[in-house]
Each structure stands twice: as structure tokens, then as C-alpha cells.
Design a protein around this ligand. Structure first.
Ligand code: ADP
Length: 445
């Protein structure tokens, strides 16, 4: 039953009681002329009137109770809303349509660093820095017609602390006639998001710069080494001619000097070649020239070429081949380069003992090339790094062995091009074993 229906019934009852009492009054004033019968009727009417009054009173009581329950429900609802508003994780404000603050929750007060009670009655624009105020006013005007402004990013001032990046979401509250009567604001501090975005942009920029620097470096290395190779070849060619001349004249001192020029020149050329190869590999410009040949023959000739190096240090250089003929399909020159690098490193880093090259056939059409030495060995911590470009275990300028630190990086990249793997096992002072595993036949792309 609706409250108004209740009210109507109650009024009817009271009216009825009123009429009965009126009637009774009139009747009792005339009581002297009344007959006993009439007195009896009057009393009955009075009793009925009292009953009606009682019912009416009961209904009023009931309605009161309903009213109290309804009021309590409204109060609980209001309290719930207040708590939601007060303890919301974001800043909430209610302002009038001109931006005068009427309500502010805890987070809003924390964000602006002003106590809640001091916020009430103040214009929100106070927290907006001078340069953004025009835009803020324009938004207030816009909100008369628009219902919602979402995530508007603006700087706000935190009292005595400074500015912070905020995102504002505003909603217009309207009355039944659709007139704007208040504004509800949600305030979020987006400083950390902004910082993360700025950092990300910075990292992306640095990344681009790094990529560009790396490209320039590779290009520079390729150009320089190419330019150096031509004059070096001339120096080596003429030194050889000179050497032959001096050899005919048997001039020992001159021969010795020219041999030094030649050896150092060759060393320099080798380093230039390494840098050139490396820059090509980095730029993915190195392609294998596949050919069918006998690996046993390549291994023997390469070891023979390096034998004089081993003999100079009285190192025993041995070769163990699975078969006297090992047919493969690979790039002969590049595979030779891998062998030379591993064997010459083994000789370079061994003072006494031996260096051994072994080649084994493995199942599934693969083979293993193993170069072991009894040299200085490589510390476990350095073993994964020696395949990185320019990494040398001894990085002092006084180190005994020369080199660019590119040999293993190139060998590693070449072996990968050959669909193979390269690994090392070593113990300090005991020696190292480098193992290359490759398919016997590399298929052209
Ligand atoms: P480079 O020989 O020009 O220095 P590499 O890339 O060929 O460069 O080798 C990198 C480093 O790995 C060497 O400087 C050396 O410290 C270590 N290394 C390579 N081979 C051996 C080996 N057989 N025994 C000990 N150390 C080695």
C-alpha cells in the first residue's frame, strides 16, 4: 500500500470519528428531552466512534513504524555511499557547476595536500596552474552541454609540494529538467605512469641510436679494413721481392729485417681480414661457397702449414683422422679458416706439450672436429665469453699473445652458418678442448 492511500484512509477515519462526536454532542445537549432509547443509541455511537479512533490510532502507529524503518534504510544507504565516497582509492570531489568544491574525499585531500574541511567552499581552479586555467574554464563551460569528460590529463598543484600529473574524469549531475546542478570529479595521480611512458620513450630512442651506431660501426669497419687491405698487399708484395733480392746477395742482416717486415705485415693483414669478415658476418653479408671436397686432405694440409709455428715452440702437433678420405660438402676456405683459428689458438696458448686435431664421423650424417691442447686452459667463468667478439681472457696491454679477439667470434658465426655447433671444455693449467659438430653435407639454401 502506498503512503498516500494510507493517508487518505486515515483522514476518512478521523473525519468519521469527528462526525460521530459532533452528533453525540448535539444529542447529549438535548438529553433532557431524549428518551432512554435515544441515550442508548448515543452510547452505542460513542462506542463505535471510539473503535474507529482506536483503529485510526493503530494505523498511525503502523505507519510511523514503516516510516522509521524506511528512514533507517535511507540512512544506511547514505552511510554506505559516504564510506564508498570517502574511502575510494581515487580522489573524488563534488562541485557546483562553477567548480566550487562541495564535497571532497580523503584521497582528493591527500592529492591536493589540503585538509578536507579547508577544501569545502574553495574553487577547484585554485589547484590548476596559471597556464592551464583557460583550458580548465573552457571545460567547465563545456560541461553544461556535455555529460562527461574522460581522462583529461592536466597538471595539478599539490600544496607546498609542487605540480603532479593528474587525469580528471568529470560527470555532470542534472535535475529532472535536465539542468546541470553539480559536477562529480574523479582525480587520479598519473605521475608514475607518465614517468614510465617517458622512460620507455627514452629507452626506445636509445635503442634506435644504438642500432644506428652499430650499423655505422660495422660500415666503418668494413670500409677501413677494405681500404687497409690494398696498401698492405702492396707492402707485402714488395717486401717479398726485396727479400728475394737480399737472399740472392746473402745479406743476413737485411734478410732478417725484411723477414720481420713480412711477418708483421702478414699478421696485420690477417687481423684486417678478420675485421672484414666479422663486419660481413654481422651484416649477414657473408655467404658460403659450397663445394664437395675431402676434409681429410684439408685437415692434413692446414696442419702442415701451421707445423712450423708449433715447432718454434717445440710443441708436438698431431692429427688423428677417422678415415683417410672424408668427403664433405662445405665452403672449403671458410672451414679452413675455422681449423686455422682453433689450431693456431691452441699453439698460441700452449707453452709445452701437444696440440691434437681429431676428426670423427658421427651418426646422422654429422662429424666432429676436435682440437685439444695441453696449454694454459680457460677459467670456467671465461668459457662462455670467449666466443663473444673482442673478448680476450688476458685484457692487459702487456699481454704476450697478439690477436684481435675476433677469431673465435668469427669461427662461431661461421660454424653456425654451416648449421653446426662449437663448444669448449677446459681446465686452468691443464689445457682446452674445442669441439665443432657439423653436418657432413651442407645443403644450399
Ligand atoms: P684472439 O686469439 O685473437 O685473442 P680469439 O677470439 O681467437 O681471439 O680468442 C679469444 C680468447 O680466448 C683468447 O684471447 C684467449 O684468451 C682465449 N682462448 C682461445 N683459445 C684458447 C686456448 N686454446 N687456450 C686458452 N685460451 C684460449
Amino acid at each position: 500500500m502506498k503512503a498516500t492511500d494510507n493517508d487518505d484512509i486515515l483522514i476518512e477515519h478521523i473525519k468519521a470519528v469527528h462526525q460521530w462526536t459532533e452528533k453525540l454532542y448535539q444529542n447529549t445537549t438535548e438529553v433532557r428531552t431524549l428518551e432512554p432509547q435515544l441515550v442508548l443509541q448515543c452510547l452505542e455511537e460513542l462506542s463505535t466512534a471510539l473503535e474507529e479512533l482506536y483503529i485510526a490510532e493503530e494505523e498511525v502507529r503502523l505507519q510511523n513504524e514503516e516510516l522509521i524503518v524506511a528512514r533507517q534504510a535511507i540512512e544506511a544507504e547514505r552511510q554506505r555511499y559516504r564510506e564508498l565516497f570517502e574511502f575510494a582509492p581515487d580522489g573524488y570531489l563534488v562541485t557546483d557547476i562553477y567548480g566550487l568544491i562541495q564535497e571532497a574525499n580523503r584521497v582528493a585531500s591527500q592529492l591536493l595536500n589540503i585538509e578536507q574541511r579547508f577544501l569545502i567552499g574553495k574553487p577547484l581552479i585554485n589547484a590548476v596552474p596559471e597556464e592551464h586555467r583557460r583550458a580548465f574554464r573552457a571545460m567547465l563551460i563545456q560541461l553544461h552541454t556535455v555529460n562527461r569528460v574522460e581522462e583529461w590529463e592536466i597538471s595539478l598543484s599539490r600544496r607546498r609540494v609542487g605540480l603532479f600529473d593528474a587525469a580528471l574524469t568529470v560527470e555532470t549531475v542534472r535535475d529532472v529538467n535536465k539542468q546541470a546542478i553539480a559536477l562529480r570529479w574523479m582525480l587520479r595521480d598519473i605521475t608514475s605512469r607518465k614517468q614510465a611512458e617517458a622512460q620507455l620513450r627514452q629507452v626506445q630512442l636509445e635503442n634506435l641510436q644504438l642500432i644506428e651506431a652499430d650499423r655505422l660501426k660495422s660500415q666503418f669497419m668494413a670500409t677501413v679494413s677494405h681500404e687497409l687491405r690494398t696498401p698492405m698487399n702492396a707492402i707485402l708484395g714488395f717486401s717479398e721481392l726485396l727479400l728475394r733480392g737480399f737472399q740472392r746477395e746473402r745479406n743476413a742482416q737485411q734478410i732478417n729485417m725484411i723477414e720481420r717486415i713480412l711477418n708483421n705485415g702478414k699478421q696485420l693483414l690477417m687481423m684486417i681480414e678478420e675485421i672484414l669478415d666479422f663486419s660481413k658476418l654481422k651484416a649477414n653479408r657473408l655467404e658460403l661457397r659450397l663445394d664437395a671436397f675431402d676434409l681429410a686432405e684439408l685437415a692434413t694440409t692446414t696442419t702442415e702449414e701451421l707445423r712450423s709455428l708449433a715447432e718454434q715452440k717445440a710443441i708436438d702437433l698431431q692429427v688423428h683422422l677417422a678415415k683417410s678420405n672424408i668427403p664433405v660438402v662445405n665452403d672449403r676456405m671458410r672451414l679452413r679458416q675455422v681449423l686455422v683459428n682453433l689450431i693456431s689458438n691452441a699453439i698460441k696458448f700452449t707453452e709445452t706439450g701437444s696440440v691434437t686435431l681429431e676428426i670423427w664421423e658421427l651418426p646422422e650424417g654429422r662429424l666432429a672436429i676436435i682440437v685439444s691442447d695441453t696449454g694454459i686452459g680457460i677459467d670456467l667463468a671465461d668459457q662462455s665469453r670467449i666466443f663473444q667478439e673482442f673478448w680476450q681472457v688476458d685484457q692487459t696491454s702487456t699481454r704476450k699473445n697478439n690477436g684481435t679477439g675476433l677469431g673465435l667470434a668469427i669461427a662461431n658465426a661461421l660454424v653456425q652458418l654451416m648449421h653446426g655447433t662449437i663448444s669448449v671444455e677446459s681446465q686452468l693449467e691443464a689445457g682446452s678442448t674445442f669441439r665443432v659438430e657439423l653436418p657432413r653435407r651442407i645443403l644450399p639454401h
